[in-house]
Design a binder for this molecule. Structure first.
Ligand code: OGA
Ligand code: NI
Length: 363
């Protein structure tokens, strides 16, 4: 999470969505009601594409025999090219730890609203409790409560935003985040290999990678057809790792071939997606897909999301190995801190944020 705006912003009153749900009003406040074109079409039958979201067996990448490894690398490469998303199984992170982070996240969201608001997300910033990416009074709001913290480097931490209740919160976030960081480092090695690059290329380029965590709580909504849990966007990270609450309903959707495809949770799997940074570095070969979250009429949903990105000092641009005459640079070079700042100071709007880096195609 990059340095952010210090401008005074008038974002109007932002309702706490869990409190709205508690009030049991049947009418959805106007600020949450999407314009017709943005409303989710809630399919009654699951999309046939939904079952084809790739599943990567991490164990085969780490300790598989030559054939297993080769097969899994090919699958990884196809997933990143065609989907920009995959689910990772056998990731080596203990199930107890997945359970524990979910437990402390739920305990936090279940606290009285006054308690949670001791850690407010100031307008225009992205850490703390509230709604991120809201910049004006007339912007539509997401049906979601968020709690986000910057983790690495230490200098991005704001100690005032770390809750002391639930008591195990901070310690669990630290342990969880160390494990997720290792997973990201390993996945980036395999992603490099899948591109036939030196396996350490990303690690060497990224410096001390930036890491942040965001917990998203989507209360049930009496009119899921009118609202969005999270607006369509791609992630500004290099990689994002998303944990879905155990037994939760489907909520995350990926835009593929103009269709919103729901991600069916796989038990104990982690959902991984390519962020804008890897799209740029690979000159568009690996995609940061647009995605969003929808809500459910009866059930709340929780997700725990880790963003992993290069250090703010790093200069980003398509890697020379992936650019040639027949495949010229589609993106310019820029400073990653500058991109992060651009990302967090604009509302979520599909893949528009990446226009920042795009070189217009020659006519
Ligand atoms: C995100 C995100 C989706 C979800 O936090 O960037 O895409 O299902 N979340 O919570
Ligand atoms: Ni996202």
């Amino acid at each position: 999470m990059a340095p952010v705006l210090n401008l005074p912003l008038n974002v109007g009153h932002i309702d706490d969505v869990q409190e709205l749900k508690k009030a049991r009003k049947t009418k959805i406040p106007n600020r949450f009601v999407r314009d017709r074109a943005e409303r989710p079409m809630l399919a009654t039958t699951p999309s046939p594409l939904s079952s084809s979201i790739p599943v990567i067996d991490f164990k085969k990448l780490m300790t598989g025999n030559k054939e297993e490894f080769h097969f899994e690398i090919l699958k990884l490469s196809a997933s990143c090219e065609e989907w920009g998303f995959f689910q990772v199984i056998n990731h080596d992170i203990e199930v107890d730890l997945l359970d524990n982070i979910e437990k402390v996240a739920m305990e936090f969201f279940m606290l009285p609203v006054e308690e949670k608001q001791k850690y407010p997300m100031a307008p225009g910033t992205v850490q703390g409790y509230g709604q991120a990416f809201v910049f004006s009074e007339d912007q539509k709001l997401d049906w979601c409560n968020m709690f986000a913290l910057g983790l690495v480097p230490h200098s991005i931490r704001n100690p005032n935003l770390w809750p002391t209740n639930p008591p195990m919160f901070s310690q669990t976030v630290e342990t969880y985040s160390r494990e997720i960081r290792k997973l990201c480092e390993n996945l980036l090695r395999f992603i490099a290999l899948s591109l036939k690059l030196n396996e350490n290329v990303f690690e060497e380029m990224f410096g001390l990678s930036v890491q942040a965590i965001r917990m998203n709580y989507y209360p049930a909504c009496p009119r899921p057809d009118l609202v969005l849990g999270l607006s369509p966007h791609s992630d500004g990270s290099a990689l994002t790792v998303l944990q879905q609450g155990k037994g939760n309903t489907v909520g995350l959707q990926i835009l593929k071939n103009d269709e919103w495809v729901p991600v069916q949770p796989v038990e104990n799997a982690l959902v991984v997606n390519i962020g804008d940074t890897i799209e740029v570095l690979t000159n568009g070969r690996y995609k940061s897909s647009e995605h969003r979250a929808v809500t459910h009429k009866e059930k709340d949903r929780l997700s725990i999301v880790t963003f992993y990105a290069p250090s703010y000092e790093v200069e980003i641009g398509p890697m020379k190995e992936l650019v040639d005459e027949s495949n010229p640079s589609k993106y310019r070079r820029y400073n990653h801190g500058e991109y992060s700042r651009h990302y967090v100071t604009n509302k979520l709007q599909g893949k528009k944020t990446l226009d920042f880096a795009k070189i217009p195609p020659k006519k």
